[in-house]
Ligand binder design. Structure first.
Ligand code: SAM
Length: 244
């Protein structure tokens, strides 16, 4: 049985608590398909520092603070992912720095990362990382072209998108084959409907003719999906896979 371990290095481990206790992620953890180890970066601050600081001012001046290299080095050492001389040691492991200037994360990247046994997600804060931190990571990932205050939300995005590709995490295996991006990054899933067959908003007064009109019809489920003819339904769905 394939299982994947995540180590998430963050100064806000508590942000993950309710997220990891709910949804398909909690179920995957219970089923031992997923293991999530939260690593509080402040544990690796200097022992004599009462504030357990993990940030410092940028050399050369400028706004904000930068995450110190040493606590990250020590955190990775504690996970046995780097040797005393700074050499990366994990096999079947990927150490990922979350940063807005990283490679754009998408469904293909999620599938790729799901093939590893262990993923380490490094969450930045403040103005980001000391540039030498790059020596300790395998790759940089961005969840999109915008800047968030920290790497914790990106870590949850990567965790959930990757976890869905571990067999057993998504209840119905066919769900992964028949969804947006499953047939290529340009493809979006056909429209889906559930009950009721006809929906009339309470505030909308419709006469019979309105219900038959184009506007009224838009609130009805396409007839073919109610036909029970699986061949025709499959053909309809095939036609409605849309290219972006
Ligand atoms: N000064 C940095 C820059 O200009 O690129 C931005 C730092 S940002 C305020 C703080 C942290 O949030 C980053 O180190 C990173 O870990 C995380 N972060 C923000 N936006 C992100 C994104 N789009 N994808 C991944 N991580 C992001």
């Amino acid at each position: 049985m394939k299982s994947l371990r995540f180590d998430i290095i963050t100064i806000f481990p508590n942000l993950f608590a309710s997220y990891l206790e709910e949804t398909i992620i909690a179920r995957a953890i219970r089923k031992k398909l997923l293991r999530v180890n939260l690593v509080d970066l402040r544990r690796f601050a200097k022992a004599h520092d009462a504030h357990r600081s993990v940030d410092g001012r940028p050399y050369g001046g400028g706004p904000g603070m930068i995450l110190l290299l040493e606590p990250i080095f020590k955190a990775l050492r504690s996970l046995k992912l780097v040797s005393a001389s700074g050499i990366r040691t994990g096999k079947r492991t990927r150490v990922v720095m979350l940063t807005p200037d990283g490679k754009q994360f998408n469904q293909r990247e999620a599938e790729r990362l799901a093939k590893y046994d262990r993923l380490v997600l490094l969450c930045g804060r403040y103005e980001g990382f000391d540039a030498r931190t790059l020596k300790l990571v395998d790759e940089k990932l961005s969840i999109g072209p915008y800047v968030l205050a920290g790497g914790e939300l990106p870590a949850m995005v990567v965790l959930e998108a990757v976890a869905r590709h571990i067999p057993g995490v998504v209840g119905h295996p066919d769900a992964l084959k028949e969804e947006t991006f499953s047939k290529g990054m340009d493809y979006v899933e056909y429209p889906q409907y559930t009950r009721p067959e006809k929906f009339v908003p309470a505030g909308l007064r419709l006469r019979g003719s309105d219900l038959r009109s184009k506007r009224g019809a838009a609130w009805r489920v396409p007839k073919i999906l109610l036909s029970g003819d699986h061949k025709k339904i499959a053909e309809w769905r095939k036609r409605h896979w849309a290219s972006r």
